[in-house]
Design a protein around this ligand. Structure first.
Ligand SMILES: [Zn+2]
Ligand SMILES: [Zn+2]
Length: 236
């Protein structure tokens, strides 16, 4: 799982890298682009140089650009299940916005240039500091939901209705997240922010995403600090 931090191992599976000769034409396992290169992992994964440097961000883009899912929980779970997204990784601050934006688009929500909006959401998500909830009391997941709302509405300083709606949405996400005592969990915050926001989208935009009736977390066993039965997403 530390593959992304060690330049000598595969960012996907953590296996050691090897240099092949002669160079081969290969498709990057994250972005799908074609390159002629000489570095693959022992298990055969080829990751291009750009994706090796930004595996989490590129994986979010890769999944969001391809999925047809209308369920933002499913999209976020798919992203978080990849080995390039570790617990408490800063990328969770982009995952909420990106998953919501993708499911919103796939559910018929108007987004215009989706790729441009996704890139803008990812850029703003990257601005949210890693330990923001500990340092400020404000969840990065709630702020990421606010990013989704801001990019979808084109929020600006002269906005009227969207201005108050965006603030209320972030506040409602933060209320939902704050109802459960710590320790903190990036997955719990992500699920809550997405769930609250998807429901608000019906009211705000008349867009209905597909949200599971019971959200079930599949990451508990990997989190030594999981609060288990105190978490609404802990598997029964
Ligand atoms: Zn590999
Ligand atoms: Zn790539």
């Amino acid at each position: 799982m530390d593959g992304g931090k060690n330049p000598d191992t595969c960012v996907l599976c953590g296996a050691p890298l090897k240099v092949i000769h002669p160079a081969e034409v290969m498709y990057c396992a994250i972005c799908g682009k074609k390159y002629t290169d000489v570095v693959v992992c022992k298990d055969g994964h080829y990751i291009c140089e750009h994706c090796r440097k930004n595996p989490g961000k590129e994986m979010i883009r890769y999944i969001c650009m391809r999925t047809e899912s209308k369920d933002p929980i499913e999209i976020a779970t798919e992203i978080m299940s990849t080995p390039v997204i570790a617990f408490r990784q800063q990328e969770h601050h982009s995952i909420v916005a990106a998953s919501l934006l993708t499911a919103y688009k796939n559910s018929g929500g108007g987004v215009g240039d989706f790729k441009a909006l996704l890139n803008e959401a990812m850029k703003r998500g990257a601005h949210i500091p890693y330990l923001i909830q500990m340092e400020t009391g404000t969840s990065g997941g709630a702020l990421s939901a606010g990013i989704f709302h801001s990019v979808v509405t084109g929020l600006n300083t002269h906005s009227k209705e969207s201005w108050t709606r965006g603030g209320k949405l972030v506040a409602e996400c933060l209320m939902g997240i704050s109802e459960i005592e710590g320790p903190c969990c990036c997955k719990r915050c992500t699920f809550t922010a997405i769930n609250v926001t998807a429901k608000k989208c019906e009211e705000y935009f008349n867009v209905s995403m597909e949200i599971p009736e019971n959200i079930v977390c599949t990451f508990s066993k990997n989190n030594g600090e999981c609060i288990k039965e105190r978490c609404p997403y802990f598997p029964a």
